[in-house]
Design a protein around this ligand. Sequence first.
Ligand SMILES: Nc1ncnc2c1ncn2[C@@H]1O[C@H](COP(=O)(O)OP(=O)(O)O)[C@@H](O)[C@H]1O
Ligand SMILES: [Mg+2]
Length: 381
Amino acid sequence: MLCPSIMKRVVEEKESGVKELMKMMGLKTWMLWFSWMVNALLVNVITVTIITVLLKVPFGDTAILQYSDFFLVWVILLFYCIAGVTFCFAIGSFFSRPTLAMCAGIFLWFISYSATTYPVMNGNTLHVGVKLVSAILPNTAINWAFGLIVSWETRGEGLSWGNFFTPPSGKEGDISMGLIWVMLIVDTVLYSIVTWYIDSVMPGKYGVAKPWHFFIMPSYWCSSKLSSTFSSDDQAENNRTFENPPSNLHVGIKIQNLRKIFHSLGGLNKKVAVDGVTLDIYSGEITTLLGHNGAGKTTTMSVLTGLYSPTSGSVYIDGYDIRENLDKVRESMGLCPQHALLFSDLTVMEHLLFFAIVSIPAFQYSVIQLVHFCLKFRVEH
Ligand SMILES: Nc1ncnc2c1ncn2[C@@H]1O[C@H](COP(=O)(O)OP(=O)(O)O)[C@@H](O)[C@H]1O
Ligand SMILES: [Mg+2]
């Protein structure tokens, strides 16, 4: 039951906008997920070790698993945890409400475990292909693994390196522990890909959604820069109403016909916050946005930094399109938001430390883990 609770916290981070803020600070997306994985595994490794010890230590005359190899049982359980955590990441990426995500998580977790126990324990007649496909769910895979361990134990042999790829049923090509192992790795890779994809195309309220085919666009893999000298296209027609910009200036930020519409009450209420803004901002100059309350200044800034996706229109920052090369854009951006986006569990000092160090790439790695550890500690005490 640990996994769904991790999922709730992952979704909370997405809902509160802290995740986007960290990305805005320059945190790499993979690092964020990696730190969640470390966070989840810190606890799971301890649990798995305790379980394995309980299974192997003899109480009275015999241990529960008398013959099986300690390390192999431990590794299988650990792989199961890793696959289970990525499974929860993948489900969590479909949700933007933490509690809903956790309910769905617990439900799916429970169903995928209990509904498969019976067929797995009695399923020796099933085709090996069916068994392997069913192991796409980590909970089913671990049920198969338990079944295999029990088979080896009842034969008095126990699971060992020697029979790792041998099916205990004796049938050629039947399911073996090695195959379960492979399937758990396949699951981890599969759910990581699902998480990566869904998280990119449906980032939730904050963040810029990528188009569904983003992974075949060359710009995703290698950031492409538009020609850095923009031509002012509609200059000709505006000539009479606008003063021409000085010709020696370099356009740093180019906003073209930017619109942002907020939908609330499930799409019933439409609020046009930014309506067709076209603006060139020159590098080497200080530019200020002025306007009455509700004019859309904050929304414009939020779109520029990638906190919200634009409804339509485009923004180029230093030649990079924010829809395609947000990471590149963020390397040259900073934003002090109007509303505090804070970790509810950290103190002022911890926030200062965190954001000071997170902006130094070389330190990101260790610090993120540290902070997640603090978070976890807080949550539990
Ligand atoms: N997250 C949001 N959901 C719905 N409406 C919003 C949201 N953020 C801003 N708005 C609306 O968009 C308009 C522009 O807001 P904002 O950009 O904050 O204005 P400014 O910063 O210029 O005062 C306002 O009418 C505000 O109510
Ligand atoms: Mg404002």
